[in-house]
Write a protein that binds this ligand. Structure first.
Ligand code: FES
Length: 145
């Protein structure tokens, strides 16, 4: 039911953890399944995302999609990262079962939430970026899960 890549990223997730004093941190949650994803990004002076880490409290597909999302985001410019859709994440994982598509949406939203936080902290507007509807960053600032 799951591709080899999904299983690989689930069993050996890349870039798990936190970034201290990250340029941007965003947390999103899916109210239906209760899964939570937090993404950290570091952005250099040229607007390139040099580092990206995540913590996910969620299903296997959520872990795999966030892992793949961090891999796709690293080394990209902000505008390029903004173009990474859940579809791109799914394609990079060789697909997901239909009932798991929402997990990849959470990964896309986590990227947007981290970018949103980065923009707010640096007082800039990222063209084309909207605050994700499932952004729950404010509700659990320092809370651990
Ligand atoms: Fe909700 Fe996977 S079941 S993110």
């Amino acid at each position: 039911m799951y591709s080899e890549k999904v299983m690989d990223h689930f069993q050996n997730p890349r870039n798990v953890g936190e970034i201290e004093n990250a340029s941007g941190v965003g947390t999103v949650g899916n109210a239906k399944c209760g899964d939570i994803m937090r993404m950290y990004i570091d952005v250099d002076d040229n607007g390139v995302i040099t580092e990206c880490k995540f913590k996910t409290f969620g299903c296997g597909a959520a872990v795999a999609t966030s892992s793949m999302a961090t891999e796709l985001v690293k080394g990209k410019t902000i505008q390029e990262a903004l173009q990474i859709t859940n579809k791109a994440v799914m394609e990079a994982l060789d697909g997901l079962p239909p009932v798991k598509v929402h997990c990849s949406l959470l990964a896309e939203e986590a990227i947007h939430a981290a970018l949103w936080d980065y923009a707010e902290k640096h007082n800039i507007v990222i063209e084309g970026l909207e605050k994700p509807v499932n952004d729950i960053s404010e509700h659990e600032e320092e809370e651990e899960y």
